[in-house]
Ligand binder design. Structure first.
Ligand SMILES: [Zn+2]
Length: 259
């Protein structure tokens, strides 16, 4: 025997939080699978916790329909529902599930375990029920597993209340990247509830419509007032009404066709 190798990963052992079997892991990783019960175990400085996952209850076709319906909503820019979609990808996004006690009450906080610009991942409500232990039997299908990059420590220090439980949870999401007006936008369709999250999206210019409408009312009221109060200026009043109507038409047309 020549003794242990001089180089190699540092290995440590924890007890599996599900079955209690010893689980050896490379200290540079935070996720390891228990060889006995096949659960995925999340390890941080405090020890090991189970990893949970939600199934996709909304299939890809349904999610695309949900996105198109969202995009055709009354707040959305014109033609948004026909915007070309660059990417429609199912993924499992890691979040920390932090259960805290406040006297007799408890509250669950959800925090992203990876820095992201995807909308909706702060303060997300995790649907009750359906959460499964993430083991080898869980079918992830074609969904990409996004690795956690932010340590649990970064949240625990600043959390209010007393800790009860914390776990890493994978949430099923569809990431939708679409193009509109020369830019790419991202939205998220949550894969278990079908809720759509978007913080930045092309909106209908309702402010412009209101302004055009208000100016139009004022202008035509002024015109008719001239006609009734000063019959001698009737022609001028009627001309004003026609002029205002034409102006509203022109501005309204531009607003409606503008993207
Ligand atoms: Zn185990």
């Amino acid at each position: 025997m020549c003794g242990p190798p001089a180089y190699g990963p540092a290995v440590a052992t924890v007890d599996c939080p599900k079955c209690g079997a010893p689980v050896s892991f490379d200290v540079s990783t935070t996720l390891v699978r228990c060889e006995y019960c096949k659960s995925q175990v999340f390890i941080d400085r405090r020890g090991a916790t189970l990893t949970y996952i939600y199934p996709f209850l909304v299939v890809a076709d349904q999610a695309q329909g949900i996105f198109r319906r969202w995009a055709s909503g009354s707040r959305m820019a014109k033609d948004l529902e026909t915007a070309p979609v660059r990417q429609f990808a199912p993924l499992y996004f890691p979040v920390y599930f932090l259960r805290r006690r406040f006297g007799p009450e408890e509250k669950v906080f959800i925090e992203p375990a990876k820095a992201t610009t995807l909308p909706g991942l702060h303060g997300l409500k995790v649907p009750p029920g359906d959460m499964k232990v993430f083991d080898a039997d869980f079918p992830v299908g074609g969904a990409r597993m996004v690795p956690p990059e932010i340590g649990l420590d970064q949240y625990l220090g600043a959390m209010p209340g007393e800790p009860i439980e914390q776990a890493l949870v994978y949430l099923p999401l569809y990431q939708v990247d679409y193009d509109y007006g020369g830019r790419t936008y991202s939205a998220v369709v949550e894969g278990s509830t079908g809720e759509v999250f978007a913080s930045d999206y092309p909106r209908r210019r309702s402010g412009a419509y209101v302004t055009v409408g208000a100016l139009g009312l004022l202008g035509s009221a002024g015109g008719w007032a001239l006609v009734f109060l000063y019959p001698g200026l009737a022609l001028l009043g009627i001309a004003a009404v026609i002029g205002v109507a034409a102006a509203i038409g022109a501005v309204g047309y531009r607003v409606a066709t503008e993207h």
